[in-house]
Design a protein around this ligand. Structure first.
Ligand SMILES: NC(=O)c1ccc[n+]([C@@H]2O[C@H](COP(=O)([O-])OP(=O)(O)OC[C@H]3O[C@@H](n4cnc5c(N)ncnc54)[C@H](O)[C@@H]3O)[C@@H](O)[C@H]2O)c1
Ligand SMILES: O=C(O)CC[C@H](C(=O)O)[C@@H](O)C(=O)O
Length: 355
């Protein structure tokens, strides 16, 4: 078998992104030679610091290199201000749309030996909903009124639900040879179509239509209104397998689900399009802990594995997941968010040893 070389863009961004992305690079470089995988890295800019230095939060060069040269990327996090800054717009939100990375796949799991194991994946639509960011503000006699467009399309809803169905089938296949808490594949469609009958109504019907394909015959399909979804998710997280949601609900559900497994620092994601994937930890730039070498690198390491899964390298991904799980199961070298005292570097080194 010949060696496959993957060109990977590295986009640390801001805050702890600069601490966890080098960890992701070290991990990929440390993969065993027997996998016959090589990496060719290219450093790319994005984020608030890039905006301050170059006037652009997402320089065209970053998008061009990703589009024309790379098979995948690792994205850290950016510090998007909560107040409007003229000319600034979230680069990760823009990148998802510009590269048509239509699915945001977010596995949320504990180790199997946890007292109450959880193993779900949230499949978030990644290009539309309120994230089209078409907002306007106008003056009225009663004061200012701001409005935003919530766009839901049949095409995007259909393809994200099909991705959820495919992931449910793939997870079931893996379970045939590995222990699991789930006995059957299940996709839960999340929406608020009791109130938003047109937008979320379209998400619901298009999702159901996609999942009615006979290839998903073995997958149980349920639906859940998003507010009671949060309630059930917090009471019975072990019931959920694959959850498919429009963009904003998926964003909120995944941070909530992260609390169930102990830390945002554990939860990875992959932004997935046709033949391209960006691994990205679910967390943000965490300004409260930046520069202290205490950020949990596991979300990023698992994101690197997830990126490799979508680049058709499941064996490499499995090695990373196993090394991370071994670190968590032993529980001796944990970062402070998990109640430990280990630094970012110590956690990374422990995981690299286990590869
Ligand atoms: N993908 C992204 O680029 C992305 C995602 C979310 C938030 N953000 C941005 O990040 C900035 C900060 O947002 P926030 O504070 O609301 O959310 P955050 O995710 O950065 O932090 C929330 C809490 O989780 C903790 N945390 C996050 N990651 C951790 C890790 N790896 N290890 C240990 N603890 C961790 C933080 O210390 C903080 O207490 C904002 O400017 C926001 O725009 C960016
Ligand atoms: O702060 C940003 O620039 C993006 C945040 C981003 C989002 O999709 O809203 C983050 O919450 C995420 O989950 O990826």
């Amino acid at each position: 078998m010949s060696i496959r070389t993957l060109r990977i863009g590295l986009i640390p961004g801001d805050g702890i992104g600069k601490e966890v992305i080098p960890a992701g690079r070290r991990l990929l470089e440390a993969l065993p030679a027997s996998l016959k995988l090589k990496f060719d890295f290219v450093d790319l800019k994005a984020g608030f610091e890039s905006f301050e230095q170059t006037g652009s939060a997402l320089p065209d060069a970053t998008v061009d290199v990703l589009r024309n040269e790379c098979q995948g990327a690792l994205f850290g996090a950016v510090s998007s201000p909560t107040h409007a800054v003229k000319g600034y717009s979230s680069p990760i939100v823009a990148l998802r749309k510009r590269l048509d990375l239509y699915a945001n796949v977010r596995p949320v799991k504990t180790v199997l030996t946890a007292a109450k194991p959880i193993d779900m994946v949230i499949v978030r639509e990644n290009t539309e909903d309120l994230y089209v960011k078409q907002e306007t503000t106008r003056d009225t006699p009663e004061g200012k009124v701001a409005e935003a467009i919530k766009r839901i399309s049949e095409k995007a809803s259909f393809r994200i639900a099909a991705m959820a169905g495919d992931i449910a089938l793939r997870r079931q296949k893996i379970r045939e040879s590995a222990p699991s808490i789930h006995s059957r594949p299940l996709v839960t469609i999340t929406h608020k179509s009791n109130v938003l009958s047109q937008t979320d109504g379209l998400f619901r019907t298009a999702s159901k239509q996609a999942l009615s394909d006979p290839k998903y015959a073995s997958v149980a399909i349920e639906e859940q209104i998003v507010d009671s979804m949060v309630y059930k998710l917090f009471r019975q997280p072990e019931d959920y397998d694959v959850i498919v949601a429009p963009n904003l609900y998926g964003d909120i559900l995944s941070d909530g689900a992260a609390a169930l497994v102990g830390s945002l620092g554990l939860v990875p994601s992959a932004n997935v399009g046709e033949g391209f994937a960006i691994g990205e930890p679910c967390h943000g730039s965490a300004p409260d802990i930046q520069g202290k070498n205490i950020a949990n690198p596991i979300a990023t390491l698992r994101s690197a594995a997830l990126m490799l899964e979508f680049l058709e390298e499941p064996e490499a991904a499995a090695k990373i997941y196993a090394a991370v799980d071994a670190n968590l199961e032993e529980g001796k070298l944990l970062s402070p968010d998990l109640g430990g005292k280990a630094t970012t570097d110590e956690v990374v080194e422990d995981i690299l040893r286990r590869l």
